[in-house]
Design a protein around this ligand. Structure first.
Ligand code: UD1
Ligand code: UDP
Length: 367
């Protein structure tokens, strides 16, 4: 069975790595790997291939950045000839980025079976570009692999037949569990000490890249109001996403960030360094999807700077609090964590490092 696997953006790499390994072990699948090139900076792409041992992509479509319509269309135009040439039995897409829906659409229009890994997640917020990508990708997929029960429930409620849905756990957590020990060897904490004088025992980690936060100066500014207060209490380490970096360059928001003496900016960091950073943090503040889940497994309190989440299990039983973006609610959540009234999180069912194995087993049986 020939499977074309698609990656494009940073969070896709952690999801595809264990699948490539599981195909290899199984031996019945001929995998090809296509990188759309949606992310292309060394620190947003190649670094992850090296650190996670992902094979070199068989093809890089080199699409790069553009508006949603142009990026999606260019990926489709470049991916169609790849499918025509290689005639895969299956196209497998992960997550919810533009590369996911673009390649999914090409596959089904050519009559190729489509598999979606991380299916069924819903934030209920259609202003979020990823929500549209999720709904559309799920609606055209033949087999849907879910990370949490809410995904299964959402798909059933949308009329997807039960036998096309598989609850398998989370491939991104396969990667986390596999690399946790290795990550402890990272020099990240020594670097923090030498560069910023930050003690490895006490800091917060911040990531922000959602357009609803970083493309809107009003929202960004009220988040900064909260960060200004927090950094006086606890140093904040902020590996900055390129979208965010580009947005603040030369703006007042940029100057405010520079003026915060205890908020320390980094370039995006590689997976192992980031895992070391988050696993040793006192608290994580984020608007990322994946980081809400990783902090739950790491049992690190997570304050999510969003009004909603498509990953509700992390807030129901994990370490996540969805606090929105008002200055007061962020500070309130911070003080709750600081006072130690933070519940002991549980790890969601099947987040055990074996999701990729389950997916490959189901693929071999069903396709
Ligand atoms: C994309 C995904 C988002 C995901 C995020 C992960 C979509 C719609 N969005 O958002 O779901 O959470 O990736 O990080 O697919 N840029 C660079 N270098 C790069 C990549 C991007 O400088 O290697 C800059 C460019 O200015 C670009 C901007 O970042 O315009 C946004 O990149 P894009 O891939 O369009 O969206 P993300 O915000 O990265
Ligand atoms: N990550 C990383 N370095 C960073 C920030 C994030 O390796 O500087 C990892 C993080 O551990 C997780 C993934 O990137 O595995 C999350 O990607 P991102 O937040 O870009 O996207 P989202 O999950 O929001 O789609």
């Amino acid at each position: 069975m020939k499977i074309i696997n698609v990656v494009g953006a940073r969070p896709n790499f952690m999801k595809i790595a264990p699948l490539m390994e599981a195909y290899n072990k199984n031996g019945q699948i001929e995998p090809l790997l296509v990188h759309t090139g949606q992310h292309y900076d060394e620190k947003m792409s190649d670094l992850f291939f090296r650190q996670l041992g992902i094979p070199e992509p068989d093809m890089n479509l080199g699409i790069g950045s553009a508006s949603h319509a142009v990026q999606t269309a260019e990926i489709m135009k470049a991916f169609e000839p790849v499918c025509l040439e290689h005639k895969p039995d299956v196209v497998l897409v992960v997550g919810d980025v533009n590369s996911t829906i673009a390649c999914g659409l090409v596959a089904v229009k050519l009559g190729i079976k489509l598999i979606h890994v991380e299916a069924g997640l819903r934030s209920g917020d259609r202003s979020m570009p990823e929500e549209i990508n999720r709904i559309l990708t799920d609606s055209i997929s033949d087999l849907l692999f879910c990370t949490e029960q809410s995904g299964v429930d959402n798909l059933l409620a949308e009329g997807v037949e039960d036998d096309r849905i598989h609850m398998v756990g989370h491939v991104m957590i396969d990667t986390l569990l596999k690399n946790l020990e290795k990550a402890q060897k990272s020099n990240m904490l020594a670097d923090l000490e030498s560069r910023f004088g930050v003690n490895g025992d006490g800091y917060a980690v911040l990531t922000m890249h959602r357009p609803s936060n970083v493309d809107d100066p009003v929202v960004f500014s009220r988040i900064l109001d909260a960060l200004e207060v927090i950094q006086k209490d606890l140093p904040i380490i902020f590996p900055m996403h390129p979208r965010t970096r580009n947005n603040i360059a030369g703006t007042e928001l940029g100057s405010r960030i520079e003026d915060m003496t205890n908020l320390h900016l980094l370039e995006p960091v590689g997976y192992l360094d980031f895992l070391k950073l988050t696993s040793s943090a006192k608290i994580v503040l984020t608007d990322s999807g994946g980081i809400q889940e990783e902090t739950t497994v790491l049992q690190i309190p997570c304050i999510t700077l969003r009004e909603n989440t498509e990953r509700p299990i992390t807030a129901e039983i994990g370490s996540n609090q969805i606090v929105g973006t008002s200055t007061e609610s962020i500070l309130q959540a911070y003080s709750v964590v600081k006072s130690g009234q933070f519940r002991k999180p549980q790890v969601p069912p099947l987040w055990d490092g074996k999701a990729a194995e389950r997916i490959v087993k189901a693929l071999v049986k069903k396709i």
